[in-house]
Design a protein around this ligand. Structure first.
Ligand code: 8YV
Length: 326
């Protein structure tokens, strides 16, 4: 029996390719080039499935041009690169990789919060530039973390992981805002209190963004929201670029409307707004919140397992549009 063929759109671990090769005819982009839409469409011709990494846009145009496609497995928990309604309309199964990256991503959220609050990269640049000549009483004085108020916008699994770290590890007073309120036992586990978005913005000492990107969350943090924050507050984004208006944030940082920001994601990444590069009070990292080898291996494994499960049992592990399976 011939095996269905799949495209692995970016370079992945050899062990992931080995596993996939046991079940599929694999066309893999181990050269790791970033496909244009035309290249993606060309490589998807005749393919039954695809393994994507969060940046390949699967929309109505791609789907119309690739009528053999039955499934796309994203190696990411976020799936804003998928037009899920268009996939559902074409009966193409979509999957993501939840859970396996929760704790690692929450760790990084905290790393970015700490580095931002305590000015770790800014002071390192100063030292490396040979500017450190003497101690002074207020040199690189940062914001207090322990005992401060941690605000979380978007309280899914990763948000709860950050809340637990803040409440249990740093004695922080945790408040959150989310589309829906958590069940009481989940709120108790992370000692978090539900507040309005307005109260969250107005009272948080450190505000962490962990909500999914969508048309509704586009520029959820813009000039108006930044104006409501404390001038001593810090902002951390480990969710998606586009949730923050980067130009408005750079302006707010320059004008000290807020104290500092830590950003792992950007509008139009891997390009970064030049105004953000020009302000000192921001910690910038290249979308690495899930980047540990065990976690990336677990994500790749889960994306591969989703393809195999759908092929073998007709049901993937993490369907985003289960109605296609009915
Ligand atoms: C990924 C992520 O590294 O899972 C997500 O949603 O943003 C990251 O963990 C990225 O999407 C590439 O897979």
């Amino acid at each position: 029996m011939t095996q269905p063929s799949i495209l692995v759109a970016r370079a992945v671990f050899p062990e992931t390719l080995e596993l996939l090769s046991q079940h599929f005819e694999v066309d893999s982009n181990q050269a790791d080039t970033v496909f244009s839409k035309a290249e993606l469409i060309a490589r998807l011709q005749g393919k039954w499935g695809a393994f994507t990494t969060g940046s390949e846009r699967i929309d109505a145009e791609v789907l119309a041009a690739c009528p053999d496609l039955k499934m796309v497995a994203n190696m990411a928990v976020g799936y804003n690169n998928f037009d899920v309604p268009a996939m559902t309309a074409r009966r193409v199964v979509a999957t993501n990789t939840p859970d396996v990256l929760t704790e690692t991503t929450a760790d990084f959220g905290f790393a970015l919060l700490m580095a931002t609050a305590r000015r770790v990269t800014e002071s390192e640049h100063y030292l490396r530039a040979g500017q450190w000549k003497k101690w002074s009483y207020d040199m690189f004085a940062g914001a207090e973390v322990h005992g401060s108020r941690l605000g979380i916008l978007g309280m899914g699994r990763i948000g709860q992981g950050i809340a637990r770290r803040g409440a249990h590890g740093f004695g922080m007073d945790v408040v959150y805002h989310n589309r829906s309120r958590l069940a009481p036992d989940l709120e108790a586990a992370c000692k978090a209190r539900y507040v309005s978005k307005e109260e969250l913005l107005r009272t948080a000492d450190h505000l962490v963004l962990v909500l999914p990107y969508s048309a509704e969350s586009h520029h959820a943090i813009g000039a108006k929201e930044l104006d409501q924050m404390k001038p001593t507050a810090t902002l951390v984004n480990i969710a998606r670029g586009g949730i923050v208006d980067d130009a408005a944030l750079a302006r707010a940082l320059r004008e000290k409307k807020i104290a500092a920001a830590g950003l792992d994601v950007f509008e139009g990444e891997p390009k970064v707004h030049p105004d953000l590069l020009a302000v000192p009070n921001v910690v910038l990292t290249p979308h690495i919140a899930s980047a540990t080898i065990p976690t990336r291996k677990a994500m790749a494994r889960l994306a591969a397992d989703n393809l195999v499960a759908f092929h073998q049992q007709g049901r993937p592990l993490n369907p985003l549009n289960p109605e296609v399976l009915a």
